[in-house]
Design a protein around this ligand. Sequence first.
Ligand code: UD1
Length: 425
Amino acid sequence: MNRFIIEGGNRLHGKLNIPGAKNAVLPILAATILNRGISRIKNCPNLEDTKTMQEILISLGLHVENDKQDIVVYGENITANTIPESLAGKMRSSIVLMGAVLGRIGEIYISYPGGCAIGPRPIDMHLNSLRKMGAEIDDLYKGTLHCKAAKFKGTEILLDYPSVGATENTMLAACLAEGETIIRNAAKEPEIVDLQNFLQQMGVAVYGAGTGVIHITGKPIIKADVTYSVIPDRIVAGTYMACVAATGGEIVLSSIDYEPVSSIAYCLRNCGVSIETLNKKEVKVKSLQRLKAIEVIRTSPYPGFPTDLQPQLVAVLSKSSGTSVIIETVFENRYGYVEQLMRMGADITVRERVAVVKGVRKLTGAEVDACDLRGGAALAIAALIAEGTSTINHVMHIDRGYEALENSLASVGASIRRERSNSVS
Ligand code: UD1
């Protein structure tokens, strides 16, 4: 078990570069399955989930090469139709493989996906869309799905909710389908636009991503040599903004797109943080005084406030002056980390999807457990502003979404180090 040892109280100063987005690179790597040519994906973050996705591609028989931040997938041959349970179970994104593998070879065995423990994460919308396009799906024993689709047929699909994963899965299934697929009530997240841009590079006729309606016209075969660079990670950027907002100090974030982080910037500005776009790729974040509370903030699909930044914002508000109310509308159970924050002295009451955060004057260092990715990041923020030393256990959750977070934070002045241990707990 790896853990972080953090000494709170340092202000942050300096520059941080934003890496490529985890939630963009994973569906794009899944999309490379559709391409018989060579896909070179640039700006890939070096994360556990990215490695798992590469292992899955290799297990399907694809040839994959890794060259620094580039992942190159040679798509000529696919020799297997089974995603090993040990890999599929590691992350949520494995589910988007269904659309791509079925589209390309017509059959897949895959277990239910894993990912963070943030409440039930059904896949009904994924399965409904694929069934509507012609897939036959059987639930085998022990949670393994067996799906067949001789040839997908383009159709009109109305999603019950703008699910990111279900939108991506349907887009991937539509690329090699016969005719046009129209996805209504599609997710509008920047990662969907990134996937569309990559598919267009592969020669797929797709448009509308970023709006609620996406059109895809399938083609019989995709064979293109493409090079594509993944967008910056808006959740990592938002996390760094939350860090400096909480600790005080001034940092410049580079290689960033401002629009996707505008909702967290809006909230932090309301708390008293100064956020200035210096140019198209750089944003300066400056925080000098104790922050103010926010009356109410509600998470919602893009362009609303992202659920993936809810825990980090709660950590920031836990030491603000006044009371803030957070309403989590996307996931049912995303306050697992709150109990750990309270061990550090935070005053937070959770009732179902509502958290009431009463800002305290001081947090105190403690030994806490990261139980999911973004909740773990929230604990790191709390530790940065707590008095004394904190230990954050189970850092592997944080590693799923942040590339060596300790090195980035230490480079701007935080006192944080990783302690490695071989014991499993
Ligand atoms: C993606 C992101 C995750 C982010 C989430 C919401 C990736 C790898 N993960 O997750 O970081 O928190 O979007 O922005 O990109 N739902 C159903 N049935 C379905 C599918 C979803 O009921 O078939 C529900 C979910 O339980 C959840 C809501 O819809 O309550 C949103 O989920 P969804 O947008 O699908 O999130 P993911 O794609 O899993």
